[in-house]
Design a protein around this ligand. Structure first.
Ligand code: ZN
Length: 313
């Protein structure tokens, strides 16, 4: 049985998208307003295609459903992760995601933990994470009065920064950011504020104020870690939350990453080399099944490795 699934991304055009996915990752994007590459996705609105080996031309979604047992133990019929590379050429809307309980009850969807790894950022780029209101009532009042400068919390970012965005955290990527995002397989987003922009058809995008106020954390406690300083370590654990782990591999010499029980995803974000004899280069994305047990890496590259937690399988 093949353990190595190479994937082709699905692209999504967005009003805030750009052309950095082509400039930076050489992806074959549909337009110069391309916002997202769904690089590892089994989502019904766009599943990645497997491009080589015995599962060639199957979507990741159908492969997961048909050969469930090769991905790891458990009965979950929904592929547990979704990985995107996002080009925020303009500011994204200020938003919040629910947890599983609220999402299932009100939006017929799992909630959304997401984590960001900043692949590139223009000088002086910021990120919106958290807010300055002490209570939900105060948040609602400042929102109603459009006191966004006092309400929203902006922090400077740079390449290599990593953030764990837990449900209830108010957040938005700002113009000039290229980001790797790993998240639960869910697309449920409550939009709080969209700068009064109109979409491609001239309409204001829908806001979800009531749901947002029901799920936001106040006062906010955004978690963030600046991990740029760990680049001298071959393997660094960046994120470990309820749903997944995220590791960074910096390969200069022979480097090994061991895993078991559950599949991993691997995204090459810089350079090129070999993993378990397969040639890899920047922009490549793989699902590697648990039978493979390890990644033996050589060459000069950087990779991000995500793995769902066993209890979510
Ligand atoms: Zn989000």
């Amino acid at each position: 049985m093949q353990n190595w699934l190479k994937l082709e991304p699905v692209f999504k055009e967005m009003i805030w998208g750009g052309q950095r996915l082509k400039e930076n990752f050489n992806y074959d994007i549909p337009s110069n307003q391309t916002g997202e590459a769904w690089v590892v996705s089994a989502h019904p609105e766009g599943s990645s295609m497997i491009v080589d080996g015995q599962f060639q031309n199957m979507t990741l979604d159908s492969c997961f459903k048909e050969y469930r047992e090769i991905f790891g133990p458990g009965n979950n019929k929904t592929f547990p992760l979704m990985i995107k590379i996002i080009d925020a050429n303009k500011d994204l809307s200020i938003q919040v995601h629910p947890d599983d309980e609220y999402g299932l009850k009100h939006s017929n969807s799992l909630g959304k933990y997401e984590s960001w790894y900043i692949l590139d950022a223009n000088p002086d780029t910021k990120l919106e994470i958290g807010h300055h209101a002490q209570t939900v009532a105060e948040f609602a009042k400042m929102l109603k009065n459009k006191q966004f400068d006092q309400l929203l919390r902006y922090i400077p970012i740079e390449k290599g920064d990593c953030f764990n965005v837990v449900p209830g955290t108010v957040h938005a990527l700002c113009a000039g950011t290229l980001v790797y995002e790993v998240q639960q397989n869910s697309n449920v987003t409550y939009r709080i504020y969209d700068y009064d922009r109109v979409d491609l058809n001239g309409n204001l995008r829908e806001l979800h104020i009531e749901d947002s106020l029901n799920v936001i954390t106040a006062p906010s406690k955004p978690e963030n870690n600046n991990l740029s300083k760990h680049d001298n370590e071959a393997i660094t654990k960046l994120i470990d939350n309820k749903y997944f782990t995220l590791h960074q591999a910096v390969v200069n010499a022979q480097t090994r990453f061991d895993f078991n029980q559950v599949f991993i995803t691997c995204t090459i974000i810089e350079g090129s080399g070999f993993i378990n004899g397969h040639s890899v280069q920047k922009g490549d994305n793989f699902v590697v099944l648990p039978n493979e047990k390890k990644l033996a890496m050589t060459g000069q590259f950087k990779a991000l490795i995500a793995q769902p937690k066993l209890e979510n399988m």
